[in-house]
Write a protein of this length. Structure first.
Lengths: 574, 195, 678
């Protein structure tokens, strides 16, 4: 419990100023270091050929988002295919197969970082930096920019005061948003974290692999290759940008990626600090501080509940070890310096925040503890990915507004703007999309065991497959990593889930918000729905839990729940 | 704030997207990681290269990575699903419900129990559990204390001498509650040899 | 009065013919009809599929009886839903039909080119002119274009006191089926047969032709999406279970699907909508579209005329206030003379007041009456050999006197203000260029309006009183009546501007009006409630007509609109909340054969897998007829803040919806076990 409190305390304490800073950045308000930042940004705008003072309507914003993504997509895809012939490749890594390159590119482009390749072995330094790190830095800020556009639209756009009913609304300038967020907020924080991690022992060098001669020759290992590299900067953005794709295969369980409890604390905080700050940013950005507080409180409630449950579930000893060791902590897949507490906490934070980095192997978690990350990803709005999480949350808000609006006898409205058939139709798409992809793809995969590639038998295999698609659609990236997922089927089917989980989940809400933006704004009366109070928050949480439960309880019953119950009835293994 | 009445409906066009892509790679993909790496290497040269332990110009290993020990005179690290090879580092990824996990633990447990001469039920869990990375450099203090009698016998030391060294190499959890108490196996073994 | 009528009708219609409704429910099983309601269509498809599976397996196969039972329950679920709709329709149709019946055998004396011929009402077309004389029934909705008559509208409104309708006034509209008691009138028919307000209203309560209202449509879309999502859930289960070597029973799978999809709200949704329209009709409000009724729940501002709504129609002269130096009798005489030709109740009350003070005048035959004009805002009489007598609004008379070269007495301003502050309307009387004094016309605020406005305020509706009075009088009456705001000295243009201003602030505005000059405002308002007695123009411009011509009726309409939404929202919540317990009944049942450990999820301790499924399905089916009365009545909307209302409904329908089915399903299971054996 103490570790939960410490982590949340530090994260929230850091998120408060960061949220203010993000809001200033997005509002183009003057801030400390203004002249330095402006001096860097102005030539960038000139190079892009854009006028930073000119806003975009939602279509323009969406177009810029899609186009900039396409450019990066093509570039990184080609880079991964041809890395074998390109420089900065001391270990002579070859090019990727087209499907693996496609999956890897899409996975990083969608801020997911699901890895079907194994870390350092299949990427050249050039691919790691120019490909992976580039995407790890810019894609979270793209997501945040989209969230900012949605928020602006929710309150009528930046031109709300001048525009009349039905007129197009200014939702911001995409390139200005992304560039400012990257330069003013993300990179400075990442640099600081990178240095702190270097201090704790995360490698930070361009030297190649170090060759060591182990002490005890009788143990049969004559040489140990110690892979190093520019690890710290990448780990910093991996943690901060809800990315999750690590330098090393075992991610932050690997001692060089996460050497000490302190580095673990910093990285745990980094998992959630940006998503938290994004929520706190709502207040200054939209002027709706009480709404921001409601969102923050709701998310915090879910977050603490899931964390508490995960810690409790992971405290149970490993059922497989009964009779084979003293009763004690469940350490399979877990590091001694971290212990079960920090691993369970991390496993829930990383899935609450759509990050996907791990510091323990989720495959080996107790079944109920493995259920928590699944639930976190299914909701995908506990904190959620930077920007995306908030957008997902707003989708839930709309659904809850619709239901509660009816229950108080008024046409449902958010901030005075009515939710009508057009918006509900778009919302319905999102309601269907998640079960369609998760359960549809899961069913197809499980119906064809030859393509499933599961490494564990029985119920856990169902969990493995479901986890993979859930993680892809949630743009999370963590996995039950035993899965043999470097296959054509897995690559392509995950690409589908990844793309829908990113682009549909960002652009449809933007379209909804924009459609609301131009509507007549009803004044607040005593009979209006109060979306800023505890009653609505309770409704909202009920909607989130109910919707998730109703769609996914059967598959969860076949996976982790059956697994847990089977452990309970047989004592150890089924 | 917006001085232009006309909104951009095209989203800046293709040029903006192309230049943005190039700038992203230059700034986020190259300038940032290169700058941060060089700065980190300059500030913390020892850690930056992988916390390597060198004796007489030879690299013995990394203080942060486990390496295999078999000789009875040494403390033994946790089982590794990766054969202690950092380039193929991995956990077992075996589910609790997987019979294969039970089977592997049985083998590890029998070996450890035989090595230390204790019944299996006295073995601390970390000695039969593979770590997440496969290169966990630490064992729990309990696992270290359990091995102390065997190491003392092999080295012809008293048990107290070994236990004192274990005690000296035991790191408590941060702030007393954050993380696990732990003993770095490589450092402990090097300290044994140095005595 | 009218509320008594409503009560009487409600009583008689509570016994809506159930058997015909049941027959109609069966007729509605036609898949083409069913397709209008995607949720119930899935249930019907499930029933047929189950039946097919059972027949394919053949009698005697294991589970044959179970499958038949499931198919039967599913079919019953659909019939129950259809029944709900049929009952609602029957009630609505009964109400409408009794209105329509009165006019079916009507005939009228059509006037064409001066010739008159008797034709059946069905032959009358819009624009036809019909002559109706005392003792006859009016054959079609229309407007009096010539003459005046007293009419008994009891057949339509239930109000037995005769009303006066007159050409060229704001009370010129007549309704088919009402009886002319005196005089003879010429009517212009305003609607083709089948297109009268009543016909349109009847269409709102008939399922097949009914257009879904916007919120209903949005809810249908969302419910369909959920149905599709649950369909995906169920379809994906067999392959997943198959991976584990578990074969699922398809009948149970269909049962799971039906239990998950929101059948409760899906089944009751049409009934709720129809019942809402029916309630409106029962309140003697005829809406031109369901959308209007639904929208009424969202109203933020209500604009109403003071006269007839807030005050008892007509102002009465209560006092003469002469100017210094003018004898009170002189003022009384002048006022009476100026009012003798004035047919308005106000004019008559002035004559009466003078009479009480002993002043009795007769108008010389050669005098010229100056009728009231809205532009000049005064009226009067020119008697040969006398200076012109005028009475009118203070500023109008002041201007008139000044134009004549005189000037108002300094005391006038004070007197006017004093009268106005007392809540009366000052009427200034002048003779030539001299102001004689002020007549106080007092308004009498209707009893009960204060409470009604308070209730409206509780529902979040601000009331704005519109009056031609000066601001002081208006303020006094506004305070007495408890309205939130008022618009004084209002011209028709002012009304329109006020509506636009309110709308510009995002408010949804309702307007109640009757006169032709109200038509633009009625059209501009989001909800325009026209009085049935009002002019044809007003009725055309509004989107609802009140047969009782009771302007305060809007309160009922607002409540009906809110009820519509609350009932839908609450039942949707209930429907979804129910799913939790059904999961706990069906998931263990469906998997337990292949995965025994999942029996731990059978928290209700249901007796067997088949019983669990049947119990859940039976609950699922029975809850629909159990909730029909509620759907028809609508959930009470108390005047409470949004938060309180939400909390109450969330607790009742959300939390209650989670909890209630557990004991209910358990109970059904116990009964099943008792009847069928374990």
């Amino acid at each position: 419990m103490a570790e939960i409190l410490l982590t949340f305390f530090i994260a929230i304490t850091a998120a408060v100023p960061l949220g203010w800073w993000l809001a200033r950045t997005l509002m183009n308000a003057p801030m400390p270091g203004e002249s330095v930042f402006a001096a860097i940004e102005t030539p960038l705008y000139r190079a892009l050929g854009i006028d930073p003072a000119r806003g975009m309507n939602w279509r323009g914003y969406a177009r810029a988002f899609v186009l900039s993504n396409l450019v990066l997509a093509v570039t990184v895809f080609l880079l991964l295919m041809t890395q074998g012939w390109l420089p900065l490749n001391p270990d002579g890594v070859g090019g990727m197969s087209w499907d693996l390159a496609l999956h890897t590119m899409v996975s990083f482009l969608t801020n997911t970082n699901q890895q079907h390749y194994s870390g350092q072995a299949q990427l050249s330094y050039l691919s790691q930096l120019a490909g992976i790190v580039t995407l790890q830095v810019v894609t979270p800020m793209m997501g945040l920019a989209l969230a900012a556009a949605v928020l602006r639209a929710l309150v009528g756009g930046r031109n709300a005061a001048q525009a009349s009913e039905g007129e197009p609304r200014d939702v911001g300038n995409y390139y200005v948003d992304v560039i400012r967020l990257t330069l003013r907020a993300f990179l400075p924080v990442a640099l600081a974290l990178s240095l702190a991690l270097s201090w704790q022992g995360v490698p930070s060098t361009f030297e190649g692999v170090a060759k060591a001669t182990p002490v005890d020759a009788s143990a049969g290992m004559s040489e140990q290759l110690i892979p190093v590299g520019p690890v710290a900067p990448m780990v910093a953005v991996k943690q901060l940008g809800t990315n999750g794709g690590g330098w090393y295969g075992p991610n932050s369980s690997f001692p060089l990626e996460n050497p000490t409890p302190l580095s673990n604390l910093l990285q745990s905080v980094a998992l959630v600090v940006f998503p938290m700050a994004v929520v706190l940013m709502i207040g200054p950005l939209t002027g709706r501080r009480r709404f921001a507080a409601m969102v923050f409180a709701s998310m915090l409630t879910m977050s603490l509940a899931l964390a508490g449950f995960a810690l409790w579930a992971e405290q149970a000893p490993n059922a497989a070890a009964v009779g084979l060791a003293a009763n004690g902590a469940h350490l399979e897949g877990t590091e001694v310096r971290l212990g079960t507490g920090l691993s369970a906490l991390w496993s829930t934070l990383t899935t609450q925040s759509s990050n996907g980095a791990v510091n323990a192997m989720h495959d080996s978690l107790n079944p109920l503890a493995g259920l928590v990350p699944l639930v976190g990803m299914l909701i995908n709005a506990v904190w959620g990915g930077i920007g995306c999480g908030l957008v997902n949350f707003i989708v839930y808000v709309w659904l809850a507004v619709f239901l509660s609006g009816l229950m108080i006898g008024r046409t449902p409205e958010l901030f005075g703007r009515k939710l009508e058939v057009r918006e509900i139709r778009l919302l319905s798409l999102l309601v269907i999309l998640q079960p369609l992809l998760l359960l549809g793809l899961g069913a197809i995969t499980l119906a064809t065991p030859t393509i499933a590639g599961t490494s564990n038998p029985g119920f856990h295999a169902v969990s493995q497959v479901f986890y993979e698609y859930t993680s892809a659609y949630a743009n999370n990236g963590s996995g039950f990593e035993g899965l043999g997922d470097a296959t054509l089927w897995w690559n392509l089917s995950c690409v589908l889930a990844l793309l829908a989980g990113r682009y549909a989940c960002l652009l449809i809400p933007l379209a909804i918000a924009a459609s609301l933006a131009g509507k007549r704004v009803a004044p607040v009366t005593s009979a209006s729905l109060n979306v800023e109070g505890p009653v609505f928050a309770a409704t909202l949480l009920a909607v989130i839990v109910l919707l998730t439960l109703l769609c996914f309880l059967p598959v969860l019953a076949l996976g982790p729940i059956a697994e847990q119950l089977a452990l309970g009835t047989t004592g150890a293994t089924p | 704030m917006n001085t232009h009445a006309v909104l951009d409906t095209r989203g800046g066009g293709l040029r903006a997207a192309l230049v943005f892509g190039a700038l992203s790679i230059a700034l986020a993909g190259l300038a940032y990681p290169v700058g941060a790496t060089l700065l980190g290497g300059w500030l913390f040269p020892q850690q930056a290269r992988g916390s390597l332990i060198e004796r007489e110009g030879r690299v013995l290993g990394s203080a942060l990575l486990a390496q295999p020990f078999a000789d009875a005179r040494y403390f033994v690290p946790r089982p590794s699903a990766a054969g202690y090879n950092p380039t193929t580092a991995a956990g077992s990824n075996l589910a609790v419900s997987n019979p294969a996990l039970h089977e592997r633990m049985r083998v590890d447990s029998a070996a450890a129990a035989a090595r230390e001469g204790v019944p299996a039920t006295r073995l601390p869990a970390d000695l039969v559990s593979a770590s997440g990375s496969g290169l966990d450099p630490h064992i729990t203090p309990a696992a270290a204390r359990l091995q102390a009698p065997r190491v003392a016998r092999a080295r012809g030391w008293t048990e107290d001498q070994v236990l004192a060294l274990v005690q000296a190499h035991t790191e408590p959890p941060m702030l007393g509650f954050y993380g696990g108490a732990r003993v770095n196996v490589l450092r402990l073994n090097l300290a044994l040899d140095a005595r | 009065m009218s509320s008594e009528v409503i009560k009487r009708q409600r009583h008689s219609l509570a016994h809506a013919p159930l058997l015909p409704a049941l027959v109609d429910a069966l007729r509605k099983l036609d898949p083409r009809t069913q397709l209008r309601n995607p949720v119930m269509f899935v249930v019907l498809a499930g029933a047929l599929l189950t039946l097919l599976l059972a027949l394919l397996a053949g009698p005697g196969s294991p589970g044959f009886g179970f499958a038949l039972a499931v198919a039967a329950i599913l079919l019953a679920t659909v019939v129950f839903a259809n029944f709900a709709e049929s009952v609602a329709e029957a009630r609505g149709r009964g109400q409408a039909a009794s209105l329509r019946a009165t006019r079916s055998e009507l005939t009228g004396l059509r006037v064409v080119d001066g010739r008159e011929e008797r034709v059946p009402a069905s032959a009358l077309r819009r624009g036809d002119k019909v002559r109706v004389t005392a003792g006859e029934l009016i054959p079609a909705d229309g407007e009096i274009i010539e003459g005046l008559a007293t009419i008994n509208e009891a057949a339509v409104t239930g109000e037995s006191a005769p009303v006066l309708r007159e050409a060229g006034t704001d009370k010129s509209g007549v309704i088919a089926g009402t009886k002319v008691l005196t005089d003879s009138i010429l009517i212009e028919v305003s609607a083709d047969p089948g297109d009268s307000f009543l016909d349109r209203m009847i269409r709102l309560v008939e399922g097949a032709q009914r257009q879904k209202t916007p919120n209903e449509l949005a809810l249908t879309v969302l419910l369909s999406a959920m149905t599709l999502a649950f369909l995906i859930v169920c379809v994906s289960l067999p392959p997943m279970a198959g991976f584990l070597g578990v074969e699922l029973d398809y009948v149970m799978l269909i049962a799971l699907l039906v239990c998950l999809i929101p059948t409760t709200i899906g089944g009751l949704l049409p009934a709720i909508g129809i019942a809402g329209m029916d309630r409106a009709m029962r309140a003697n409000v005829i809406a031109k579209s369901g959308k209007a009724v639904e929208l009424a729940g969202d109203i933020d501002t209500l604009l109403l005329d003071k006269t007839g709504t807030i005050t008892l129609g007509d102002r009465q002269a209560t006092a003469f206030h002469p100017m210094p130096g003018v004898a009170i009798r002189h003022l009384a005489r002048a006022a009476a003379l100026a009012s003798l030709a004035d047919p308005t109740p106000e004019g008559k009350s002035i004559v009466r007041l003078a009479d009480r003070q002993g002043v009795r005048e007769a108008l010389p035959t050669d005098s010229t009456v100056v009728e009231f004009s809205a532009r000049l805002r005064m009226s009067g009489v020119d008697i040969p050999g006398r200076a012109p007598l005028r009475k009118g609004a203070p500023d109008a008379i002041t201007r008139w006197v000044e134009q004549a070269g005189g000037h108002a007495h300094a005391a006038l301003h004070m007197t006017v203000e004093q009268v106005a502050r007392g809540g009366a309307t000052p009427l200034v009387v002048s003779e030539g260029k001299e102001v004689l004094g002020v007549v106080a016309l007092s308004d009498i605020v209707k009893s009960g309006v204060r409470e009604r406005f308070a209730r409206l305020r509780g529902l979040g509706v601000r009331t704005v009183m519109i009056t031609g009075d000066n601001p002081l009088t208006a303020a006094a009456i506004a305070a007495q009546a408890g309205v939130d705001d008022f618009l004084a000295e209002a011209t028709p243009e002012d009304k329109l501007a006020r509506i636009r201003a309110e709308q510009a602030q995002g408010r949804l505005v309702a307007m109640v009006g009757d006169g032709t000059n109200d038509a633009p405002a009625l059209a501009q308002a989001d909800i325009g409630l026209a009085m049935n007695a009002g002019t044809q123009a007003a009725k055309e411009a509004g989107n609802m007509v009140d047969l009782d011509s009771d302007p305060a009726k809007l309160l009922d309409v607002v409540e009906i609109g809110k009820q519509l939404l609350v009932t839908r929202g609450a039942l949707t919540t209930f429907s979804l909340a129910n799913d939790v317990s059904k999961y706990f009944a069906i998931i263990p049942a469906i998997f337990v054969a292949g995965i025994p450990s999942l029996a731990a999820l059978n928290v209700m301790g249901l007796s067997s897998a088949t019983h669990a499924v049947l119990a859940a399905l039976i609950f699922n089916a029975l809850i629909i007829p159990a909730l029909i009365p509620l759907a028809l009545r609508g959930i009470r909307v108390s005047a409470a803040s949004g938060d309180v209302l939400l909390a109450r409904n969330l607790l009742l329908w959300g939390v209650g919806g989670v909890i209630l089915p557990f004991p209910a399903i358990k109970l059904i299971d116990v009964m099943l076990a008792a009847v069928l054996g374990a």
